[in-house]
Write a protein that binds this ligand. Structure first.
Ligand SMILES: C[S@@+](CC[C@H](N)C(=O)[O-])C[C@H]1O[C@@H](n2cnc3c(N)ncnc32)[C@H](O)[C@@H]1O
Length: 502
């Protein structure tokens, strides 16, 4: 039998890998040690603070602060452990997935070790899944889906979405759906932890979550310069005409992914109404941010009224998990509703990894589904190096826009208690997943009152080469139907694309 002390040390080492906490450690043992560590550290901090008040030695305070850092680390691991305990897959999905993983690995003639290398996972993780011992985290599933030889899809993992009874698909009595698994409090806790860590990368989803961030984002959207240059001049009339040509009088389901305050999305639907003689439109507003979603819904109701051919629904959720929501993904066999997804206001360009989004999150889309996107075009020729891009792109020659800085610094101002200064600037990234694109990363340099300096990458916006983006979309199964400049000149810096699932 192993020495229990050594087991403890093993577990602590593994705690460096969040996935491993969920997948490798016997849960009860781990939970027990985490609880003990938490209690002991809290007691030690209390005693040390008392000692500090009784002694002139300043070192007591300094060491207590150190202990406080250890306490934050343990809290952090407790939260991750807790998260890991919530299994991503339902029990029957897990059983099916574990059998399927073994079958697919064996048919691909991959040993476990080879699969580990390809997926970047430990052998124990694969073994635990195949033996149906430990249910995988979402991240592990994503890594396995990316191993081409296994040929796994989200449908293999999650199964066919449950068929909805016919009447519930058109039930107009509800106006909001919040899927299980959507946990904004937990996300905010994660955000706070990152912002109080050594610095790093904030996934874009987090910057809209809270009410104050949402207010700052809405202020950015209403900034007169931004409205005049972009929002006011979207070519919705031409776009709606083309969709009406393609769809005729078919009822439509417009699924607005990340509608923000809903301004652009509502204008788009208004134009569709103008193009269709007997309109019947279901508008699904899908957003992570409760306050923004609420603003969008209110705006849609105010615009369309209650007795309108547009029935508006809110869905609060994470579009990275879109494939798991039958309310969006399930299309009844006899439904004639044509689906139009929208990602407007740079929503695609803000994603860390667009190919992953198309391959996994949009894998449920059916031939004939549409997607409306807007893009910023790259401002330098394709063969330009970093210096040439910086020279050509006007973003590098202007002060960082104030409303943007206000929005992106809101989470930092809210959650970094010792903040002195927060400055934002653009950093160029040329290693981007879509060929021909580059990214302007908005990086916050944060100075704290103890002299520490941290850097957080708060948001990124890609600029694309039209032709190469269209080629990439074709690889993901989306054919470009229409490309329109946003603005009077053909080579306007921003453009709109209508693409159709092949
Ligand atoms: C760039 S904004 C665009 C908003 C709006 N379409 C506009 O044009 O102003 C991105 C929107 O997507 C939402 N969002 C970001 N990440 C998300 C996620 N993972 N799941 C769902 N919504 C998300 C944000 O809350 C925000 O409303």
């Amino acid at each position: 039998m192993r020495n229990p002390v050594l087991t403890t040390i093993d577990l602590v080492t593994e705690a460096a890998q969040p996935d491993d906490i969920a997948e490798h450690s016997p849960p009860t043992l781990m939970a027990q040690h985490l609880r003990t560590a938490r209690q002991h550290i809290a007691l030690a901090i209390e005693s040390m603070r008392l000692l500090a008040t009784l002694s002139d030695d300043a070192e007591w305070n300094a060491q207590t602060d150190h202990l406080q850092q250890i306490s934050s680390f343990v809290e952090d691991r407790c939260a991750l452990f807790d998260l890991g305990q919530r299994s991503f897959l339902l029990p029957d999905q897990f059983q099916r997935f574990s059998t399927l993983l073994r079958q697919r690995r064996e048919s691909a003639h991959l040993s476990r070790i080879e699969l580990c290398k390809r997926a970047g996972l430990s052998e124990r993780t694969i073994k635990n899944i195949e033996n149906a011992l430990v249910s995988p985290s979402r991240d592990t599933v994503v890594r396995l889906l990316e191993v081409a030889e296994l040929g796994l899809s989200w449908t293999d993992v999650l199964g066919e979405p449950t068929k909805q009874p016919a009447e519930s698909a058109t039930d107009s009595n509800y106006n909001c759906y919040i899927p299980p698994g959507y946990e904004p409090l937990r996300m905010v806790q994660q955000l706070v932890r990152i912002l109080n860590g050594p610095g790093g990368h904030i996934e874009q989803t987090y910057t809209y979550l809270e009410h104050r961030s949402a207010i700052a984002y809405m202020a950015l959207g209403h900034d007169p310069a931004y409205v005049a240059r972009y929002r006011a001049i979207y070519p919705f009339a031409e776009l709606a005409r083309r969709i009406a040509e393609e769809c005729g009088q078919t009822p439509l389901k417009v699924i607005a992914l990340g509608p923000g305050d809903g301004n652009l999305e509502v204008r788009f639907v208004q134009q569709l109404l103008g193009e269709i003689t007997r309109p019947d439109i279901e508008l699904v507003l899908f957003d992570i941010s409760q306050p923004l979603l609420n603003a969008a819904y209110q705006h849609a109701l105010d615009t369309f009224g209650e007795q309108s051919p547009v029935h508006t629904l809110m869905m609060q959720g994470n579009f990275h998990d879109l494939a798991m929501y039958p309310q969006v993904t399930y299309a009844p066999a006899k439904s004639r509703r044509r689906r139009i997804y929208t990602m407007m206001g740079n929503t695609l360009a803000n994603l860390d990894n667009e190919p992953r989004f198309f391959q996994h999150c949009m894998s449920h889309c059916l031939p004939g589904d549409f997607l409306v996107l807007d893009i910023r075009r790259r401002q330098a020729p394709l063969d330009s190096g970093e210096e040439a891009i910086k020279k050509a792109d006007p973003a590098f020659h202007k002060p960082f826009p104030k409303p943007l800085a206000e929005w992106l610094s809101t989470p930092i101002r809210m959650h970094c208690p010792n903040l002195m200064v927060c400055e934002l600037s653009y950093v160029l990234q040329t290693e981007c997943p879509i060929p021909g694109s580059y990214s302007l990363d908005a990086v916050a340099t944060v100075k704290l009152n103890n002299q520490a300096v941290r850097r957080f990458s708060m948001s990124r916006a890609k600029s694309y080469d039209d032709a190469l983006l269209v080629q990439s979309l074709a690889r993901f199964g989306w054919e470009c139907v229409l490309s329109l400049p946003i603005g009077p000149q053909e080579r306007a810096p921003v453009a709109m694309l209508l693409v159709k699932r092949e």
